[in-house]
Ligand binder design. Structure first.
Ligand code: NDP
Length: 314
């Protein structure tokens, strides 16, 4: 990076951030992308992406993100494996910090996405990474021949459960209601898989586990009925969270307008936030569609909005 001042600084590198980078680079704005702790974003934890237009046979999440990154770089976008730690959007140019490294930018596109949510049941924190996971694609392999629980009734839970059936001996989907929120096709796929069973109207109350030779592992769970509050213990070797996502907006609190659960609010159908020159794209400002293609589309809009706004400032 020749200089620490930029015209467009993009935070986040999922489909929204990288599409914004392609458009901003092609507009000769020399965008800089700070990719964050999960370069490529949530799609890098998805196995097969079958609904992104243009790929007849599907494409894996990591491959898709790799292609988008290379496409952005081809037009001059610079991408860095850096995690933004602080953003001061109170005056222009905006100040974006990566630890002690300080950057300024005339405009900022926020595409920090969302992260998987964990429940706050007893034992979750203790066994996170030792049997409690929110990424079946990353961890399913470790449960070959074992029994796992998947918590949730939406598409994420169905996708996790379906992926796990290829490895685990038994997959139990635990959902707090007796109706799924997931799309019918994904629900049916899970329901029709022989090694899946359902625990409906139950929620996870406690993760059970032990420590053996200095290594912690999950041994079971206490489930609580959402109908009558009764509890029961089930044995299992792993517990996967599929209960939705939380937007990554902590560093913007008190500066940017957000809804009650932290999603950035934008002036629909544009991508402008309440601060002129700061734009938002992708899941960070979308709690409704949350698709790779909608994120990419809003990344395109954010870059065009930033370009127009920069021209107006000249
Ligand atoms: P959703 O909000 O759709 O579903 C979350 C699920 O978790 C719900 O069933 C909810 O229960 C349950 N839940 C939430 N909090 C708790 C809790 N504290 N305890 C127990 N259960 C809880 O989130 P998803 O991440 O599944 O999906 C979000 C969006 O992303 C959707 O639009 C979905 O279609 C999309 N998506 C699409 C995919 C695809 O097409 N391949 C894959 C993954 C997601 P309840 O139903 O009772 O509220």
């Amino acid at each position: 990076m020749a200089d620490n001042h930029h015209k467009v600084l993009i935070i986040g590198s999922g489909p929204a951030g990288l599409t914004a980078a392609i458009y901003a680079a092609r507009a000769d704005l020399k965008p800089v992308v700070f990719e964050g702790m999960q370069p490529g974003g949530q799609l890098t934890t998805t196995n097969e992406v079958e609904n992104y237009p243009g790929f007849v046979d599907g494409i894996t999440g990591p491959e898709l993100m790799d292609v988008l990154r290379k496409q952005a770089q081809r037009f001059g976008a610079e991408t860095y494996f850096k995690e933004v730690t602080k953003a001061d959007l109170s005056k222009r140019p905006f100040t974006i910090s990566v630890g002690d490294e300080v950057h300024t930018s005339d405009s900022v596109i926020i595409a920090t996405g969302a992260s998987a949510k964990y429940m706050d049941a007893k034992g979750i924190e203790e066994y996170k990474g030792y049997g409690v996971s929110a990424c079946a694609t990353c961890d399913a392999f470790f449960y070959r021949g074992l029994k796992v629980l998947v918590i949730g009734g939406g598409d994420t839970a169905m996708e996790e459960a379906h992926h796990l059936t290829k490895f685990a001996k038994e997959v139990v989907v635990v959902h707090r209601r007796d109706e799924f929120r997931a799309s019918k096709i994904m629900e049916d796929r899970v329901r029709n898989t022989p090694n899946v069973s359902l625990e409906l109207s139950y929620t996870l109350k406690e993760v059970l586990g032990l420590e053996e030779n200095g290594q912690k592992r999950v041994t079971g769970a206490v489930l609580e009925s959402t109908k009558d509050g009764s509890t029961k213990e089930v044995s299992c070797d792993g517990i996967f969270m599929g209960i939705g996502h939380k937007p990554n907006t902590d560093i913007f609190k008190g500066q940017l307008d957000m809804n009650e659960v932290g999603y950035l609010t934008v002036k629909d159908p544009l991508t402008a936030t309440n601060i002129e020159g700061v734009f938002a794209a992708g899941d960070v400002s979308d709690d409704s569609y949350r698709q790779a293609i909608t994120a990419a589309g809003s990344g395109c809009k954010a870059a065009l909005d930033a370009e127009r706004w920069l021209i107006e400032q000249e």
